[in-house]
Design a protein around this ligand. Structure first.
Ligand SMILES: CC(C)(COP(=O)(O)OP(=O)(O)OC[C@H]1O[C@@H](n2cnc3c(N)ncnc32)[C@H](O)[C@@H]1OP(=O)(O)O)[C@@H](O)C(=O)NCCC(=O)NCCS
Length: 352
């Protein structure tokens, strides 16, 4: 297999546009084979951005494997640029008709060698499995997550692949989906004294940049198992502004709910959607700062945001991911009408 690697920004826009349609078609084929559904198909804008540019904080590196000129395998690494400089989040995929012939191993070996040479020796990865595939043979051998909650069937090809290549299964997440129409019917909750919730769509208002930056920074340390997946991220107003600019460039709209106690940030939740797939929303970060937990803010934030997004956009359904040991968040989500869509394994490997 001929493998080419494309760090974002290493090729001209004209070069990228020449391979874009082919790369998107390949990623769509992989997604269709996964059973996750068309909502999860790659968006052309997103793939273009991953190939073309970084935002100073986050970049991507893409590997394309060809046989006889056609794309047969694709790998991607998500890399942060200001922190976690030894970490790479990797994912690889092989044409469904060419699996089990060593192409995935060949691609991963090339990715690992390249990343190790850059000092990126802490790899994370993930696999996404529809419930039907996980439940198909409940008596088969399962591997328990190191978190202690949840397991995955070892015969599942992507699970087998990651085990074979020395990744450790750290944590299981539940991906679930809810209709905004469900949130619209839920009553608004009375907040405890001193708390307020603001919602907006689009970029963070200037006077809220510092509060949102602090919440992003907490998000990198205060979620279950966060210490497994990297060090504390550094956030300030400039980084929030840069993220908003990147989103605007990718035609990503964000609906945000921010909880405040006076002017102190107490929590936030975000739902993203894209112009070219307006019915589908993606739950982003949700966090309540430790000092402000126990006031029902998690549920209140989600309901307020889903209601606002339902009113101000065409979003009909929202997908979310949660660690299965995060029973508090799952209970909130169950109440907000979320139902399981897929199981996601989070994996980790340290390169020699
Ligand atoms: C995971 C994936 C990339 C593997 O690609 P592949 O080319 O089939 O993998 P390989 O042929 O190199 O197999 C490597 C090892 O994986 C395991 N494996 C792969 N497919 C398997 C299957 N169907 N059943 C059991 N084990 C399997 C085996 O241990 C194999 O090693 P072996 O041949 O020495 O026994 C491919 O299945 C895929 O594209 N899946 C969808 C994308 C995905 O889920 N990616 C997540 C992983 S980053």
């Amino acid at each position: 297999m001929e493998i080419t690697d494309i760090p974002a920004g290493s090729r001209s826009a004209a070069d990228i546009d020449e391979i874009l349609a082919e790369a998107v078609d390949f990623a769509t084929l992989i997604n269709r084979a996964s059973g996750l559904g068309a909502d999860f198909d790659p968006r052309s804008d997103e793939v273009r951005q991953q190939l073309l540019s970084d935002n100073g904080y986050v970049t991507h590196q893409t590997w394309i494997g060809r046989l006889g000129g056609a794309i047969v395998a694709k790998g991607i690494a998500y890399l942060t640029l200001q922190d976690n400089l030894d970490v790479a989040d990797v994912w690889c995929s092989v044409h469904p008709e060419l699996r089990g012939q060593g192409l995935g191993s060949e691609l991963l070996a090339a990715m690992e060698a390249n990343l190790a040479a850059q000092g990126r020796t802490q790899l994370t990865s993930y696999c996404e499995i529809p419930p039907a595939a996980r439940d198909a043979d409940l008596r088969s051998a399962h591997l328990a997550a190191e978190s202690g909650a949840g397991s995955l069937p070892v015969a599942q090809p992507d699970v087998a692949f990651l085990i074979r290549h020395g990744f450790a299964f750290k944590q299981l997440e539940r991906c679930s989906v809810a209709k905004t129409a469900t949130a619209a019917k839920l009553p608004a909750r009375d907040l405890d004294a001193g708390y307020t919730i603001e919602t907006w769509t689009g970029p963070t208002p200037e006077h809220r940049l510092d509060q949102v930056a602090l919440l992003h920074q907490r998000m990198s340390t205060d979620t279950p198992g966060a210490e497994e997946f990297g060090e504390e991220e550094k956030w300030d107003a400039a980084r929030v502004r840069a993220l908003d600019a990147k989103r605007a460039e990718g035609r990503e709209q964000l609906g945000t709910a921010l909880a405040l106690k006076g002017e102190a940030p107490a929590g936030f939740t975000e739902v993203a959607h894209f112009d070219d797939r307006p019915a589908v929303g993606w739950q982003g970060s949700t966090l309540v700062v430790r000092d402000h937990r126990g006031h029902g803010l998690g549920a209140a934030l989600k309901v307020a945001n889903h209601q606002a997004v339902g009113e101000s956009t065409q979003v009909e359904r929202i997908y979310t991911w949660n660690a299965v040991e995060n029973s508090w968040m799952l209970a909130i989500n169950d109440r907000a009408g979320f139902a399981t869509w897929a199981w996601v394994g989070l994996w980790k490997k340290r390169l020699a």
